[in-house]
Design a protein around this ligand. Structure first.
Ligand code: SF4
Ligand code: SF4
Length: 345
């Protein structure tokens, strides 16, 4: 573990903003919320944040991206994959969002071998930060994501006038070369361990059982339509819970032809399983026409289907869905606890 003075950390970020070809983005205040956005200056950083509106997923899986363009030639079409992205340097990522990106890496790189994702991910640098404040909707400790030991290039912990820095990758190590650092003392290493241990008790919300029990619980609850309909009664099918979720990765692909008809592009955009048309296929058949079916699907997918396929519970407990659902029915912690209670009643 290294230690860097706060002023040197600020100088490092300023230097990256000034000279790195990648866009440097970080957590900052925007009105009454925190967001990840382009940094003009290191002074904008709000590393003490509790929760950002959207997660940094948007830098590796943008809301909308062009995958390829095409043009008609004399007797054929010429296709071009979009140019390599330069990537981002993302500053201030909480452990649960790093855990979510680790899940996306497994899906998009290891399994789907998705080139547009892989290129963005490989060109990006993630600078994590140990949580200092906890959102009232967050239950990351229950999901094992309040702290993390992989998935970052650097992970900083605020020690007042200095930061303790864990180096996660060679690129992270290289970043530190331009600024003075020293090895952490035994006391500093112990202080970081204390901060992380204290975090485990800092959450208001808690899953009442180990997440590993979710797949079995959900499988047993699949046919309990009274339960799902009760919840779905309030749901507006707005899809906000999908959009704000750092682990949701469903997308739609559109072919868009230019008006002249001889060129166009293929675009990928976020989609969401709570939206009414999400499961509509040819001839207008909709596999999940009822809100309750879509509502159930979201919770099943997070706690059971994704686990079966990729070995991860696809909820890192960030609490964004709970914070942003105007109907108050998106909270996985509440839903899973109620299901469990019902089973043991
Ligand atoms: S659960 Fe809430 S956020 Fe999700 S679609 Fe329904 S109303 Fe919207
Ligand atoms: S389901 Fe909700 S709490 Fe879980 S990761 Fe997604 S947004 Fe966060």
């Amino acid at each position: 573990m290294k230690v860097i003075d706060r002023s040197d950390f600020t100088a490092l970020i300023e230097e990256l903003i000034a000279s790195d070809p990648r866009e440097v983005v970080g957590v900052q205040e925007s009105g009454e919320q925190y967001v990840f956005d382009r940094l003009e200056s290191a002074e904008q950083l709000a590393l003490e944040h509790d929760l950002t509106a959207l997660s940094p997923k948007k830098y590796v899986m943008p809301q909308r991206e062009t995958l390829l363009t095409y043009e008609q030639t004399d007797d054929d079409y010429e296709m071009r994959a979009e140019a390599d992205p330069t990537g981002h340097i993302v500053v201030g990522v909480h452990p649960y969002d790093l855990a979510a990106i680790n899940q996306l890496d497994k899906i998009f790189i290891d399994t789907l071998q998705d080139e547009p994702y892989r290129r963005k991910r490989e060109h990006s640098v993630l600078i994590g930060v140990t949580m200092q404040d906890v959102a009232d909707t967050c239950f990351a400790a229950s999901m094992g994501t309040a702290t993390i030991d992989s998935g970052y290039d650097l992970m900083v912990t605020d020690l007042g006038d200095r930061f303790a820095v864990d180096i996660g990758t060679f690129e992270g190590d290289q970043l530190l070369e331009s600024v003075p650092t020293r090895n952490a003392s035994a006391e500093e290493v112990e202080r970081v361990a204390e901060i992380k241990a204290d975090l485990e008790d800092a959450f208001d919300r808690e899953l009442a059982f180990p997440p590993a029990a979710l797949p079995t619980l959900l499988e047993a609850s699949y046919d309990d339509m009274d339960f799902w309909e009760d919840y779905a009664e309030q749901c507006l099918s707005c899809g906000t819970c999908n959009v704000v979720c750092p682990t949701c990765f469903c997308f739609s692909v559109d072919m868009i032809r230019d008006l002249e008809g001889d060129s166009g592009r293929q675009e990928r955009r976020w989609d969401g399983c709570l939206l009414e048309d999400f499961a509509t296929v040819a001839q207008g058949e909709n596999f999940r026409e009822e809100v309750a079916q879509r509502h159930r699907h979201r919770f099943m997918r997070k706690g059971w289907y994704i686990y079966e396929r990729y070995g991860d519970i696809a909820c890192v407990g960030c609490g964004r869905c709970t914070r942003h659902c105007v109907a108050g029915v998106a909270d996985p912690c509440e839903v899973y606890n109620e299901l469990r209670e019902g089973q043991h009643a």
